[in-house]
Design a protein around this ligand. Structure first.
Ligand code: HEM
Length: 142
């Protein structure tokens, strides 16, 4: 990611922070709509889960400019996800749902440049988490 892309992601996330509760509701509602099979992996009451997700996203977004600072926590997070039943193939749908949520939440400030920057940021994180949890995966052809 370029420094400009990192700045775009950080600035846009600061706009989501004030609506993070609503954004996380939107995120999980959408996730369970597009991937109903993962619903049973999560607790019935999603209140705490929503807070944890937004907290980790905030830490990752602020750590993008210093990736080394977040990789140990991302590795541990990825390994915990093995026990949650997460598989490598679940990561793309989570990423698509994240982008969808940001697009809804940011409205007119969502631009193609921002979409690319967020796609790259999620790609960096999820590629790393997948390789830490499951070993390197073959890359899909573009
Ligand atoms: C970059 C992507 C992801 C991030 C940042 C993320 C973040 C988190 C966080 C912060 C938690 C709270 C528990 C903990 O810290 O261990 C969590 C729990 C969970 N995640 Fe993820 N996650 C990601 C991808 C996924 C994927 C792909 C799945 C697959 C469906 C998934 C399924 C779950 C489940 C089932 C739990 C709840 C476990 C429980 O409380 O019993 N996550 N996630």
């Amino acid at each position: 990611m370029t420094p400009e892309q990192i700045a775009l992601v950080q600035q846009s996330f600061s706009k989501v922070a004030p609506i993070s509760e609503a954004a996380s509701v939107l995120f999980y509602d959408r996730l369970f709509e597009v991937a109903p099979s993962v619903r049973a992996m999560f607790p019935e009451d999603m209140t705490e889960q929503r807070k944890k997700l937004m907290g980790v996203l905030a830490a990752v977004v602020s750590g993008l400019s210093n990736l080394d600072s977040i990789l140990p926590a991302a590795s541990a997070l990825a390994r915990r996800h093995i026990a949650y039943g997460a598989k490598a193939e679940h990561y793309p749908v989570v990423g698509a749902t994240l982008l969808w949520t940001l697009e809804k939440g940011l409205g007119e400030s969502w631009t193609p440049e921002l979409a690319t920057a967020w796609r790259d940021a999620y790609g960096v994180l999820s590629d790393y988490m997948i390789s830490e949890a499951y070993g390197a995966q073959p890359q899909a052809a573009e």
